[in-house]
Write a protein that binds this ligand. Structure first.
Ligand code: NAD
Length: 348
């Protein structure tokens, strides 16, 4: 069922396609378009069954509404999933058909990259629809070419957000703190570079050893075991790998007083926000601090200048500071305050 599904939250549209010619099986979920057309990535994943795909797309689309609202974008939330293996099932025809599927919603949904989908896939989709983004992310980071990768923008947004959190909680700059980074991938490594340039000390962990070695050599980072990164002595813990790293096993071991990272769904459940509040650990809500990727997407679509984009990304710091102040004044968890602020925007 869709309407009785536990993740159904008055989504405006949920569309399905089953194309025998290309083998495309996909779902597009549009959560809310009160602030503008829905924007969100397309995820290609070999879901066990269509129920698992539906659960994922409904939940992810809703999350995009909240993210876009607090990123001050005139955009709503949507997401799409292709039920297939990105390593085995990708063909240009399948992607073109996905483009036609996106186009059939006539602009209610704008597609971009998510896991399993590369810039080239979006290019195939864009042959059949104008509603495709993420072709040329233009946040220019240390001379990197603008190839559609949102990670440089995301890393800069997390860096700015972390600076705001450290200033609020400790009255210090990043030069005076140690940051423990969990995951040195597309975002985490670039974040580490920003922090190193700002004078922060780094403790890092990654399951992929070459990333760790590089951080030790290039950034003077100290490496620790995967199982220890959340509990090291550091002012800031920065989850930049997978979701749910703040869970019942880890939450009481965290020594940091600020949590600020790129990963989506950092809290294993919303209730952990209350636990962090009680422990006086300042949590930067994940979808607020990691929103620069979609901010970049939006700026591509309006063809703004790099300065306008940078200023918009930097506003993440102000949004977080507002959340922190309200959390303190009302003694409510920061993740709950973020939800309330987002809902006030798109439920108007
Ligand atoms: P990535 O796959 O490039 O990097 C993840 C890194 O984490 C990899 O280096 C991997 O080896 C490492 N890793 C995996 N499991 C680990 C573990 N248990 N402990 C430590 N390291 C581990 O991904 P990314 O694009 O850098 O994204 C990181 C997180 O940020 C994800 O949760 C993603 O959803 C979120 N995010 C990314 C963007 C973006 O623009 N890329 C935007 C918003 C949110």
């Amino acid at each position: 069922s869709v309407f009785d599904h536990k993740e159904f939250d008055q989504h405006e549209n949920v569309a399905f396609i089953n194309d025998e010619v290309t083998g495309l099986r996909a779902i597009i979920a549009v959560h809310n378009t009160a602030l503008g057309p829905s924007l969100g990535g397309c995820r290609m994943y070999p879901y066990a069954d269509s129920a698992a795909a539906l659960t994922d797309v409904l939940r992810l689309a809703k999350g995009m509404t909240y993210k876009a609202a607090l990123a001050n974008l005139p955009q709503g939330g949507g997401k799409s999933v292709i039920i297939a293996d990105p390593r085995a099932d990708k063909t240009p025809e399948l992607m073109r058909k996905m483009g036609s599927f996106v186009d059939s919603l006539q602009g209610q949904y704008i597609v971009a990259e998510d896991s399993g989908i590369a810039v080239q896939d979006i290019k195939y989709m864009a042959e059949n629809t104008a509603y495709a983004g993420g072709l040329s992310a233009h946040f220019n980071y240390l001379g990197e070419s603008a190839d559609g990768n949102p990670s440089p923008a995301t890393a800069y947004g997390v860096y700015v957000g972390m600076a705001a959190a450290v200033a609020f909680r400790l009255g210090k700059s990043l030069a005076d703190v140690t940051v423990a980074i969990q995951g040195l991938g597309q975002v985490g490594y670039r974040l580490a570079e920003h922090l190193h340039a700002a004078g922060a000390k780094l403790i890092v962990a990654d399951t992929y050893q070459p990333n760790v070695d590089r951080a030790i050599t290039e950034l003077g980072a100290k490496a620790v075991a995967i199982a220890d990164i959340h509990k090291v002595a550091a002012e800031v813990f920065s989850p930049c790998a997978m979701g749910a790293s703040i869970n019942s096993d880890t939450i009481h071991e965290i020594q940091a007083v600020v949590i600020a990272g790129a990963a989506n769904n950092q809290l294993a459940s919303d209730d952990f926000g209350e636990v962090l509040l009680a422990r006086d650990i300042l949590y930067a809500p994940d979808y607020v601090i990691n929103a620069a990727g979609i901010i970049d997407l939006y700026h591509q679509s309006i063809k703004s200048t790099p300065e306008q984009l940078k200023a918009h990304i930097e506003s993440i710091g102000d949004t977080l500071t507002d959340i922190f102040k309200r959390s303190q004044a009302e003694n409510q968890a920061t993740n709950m305050i973020a939800n309330l602020l987002a809902e006030a925007k798109f439920k108007k």
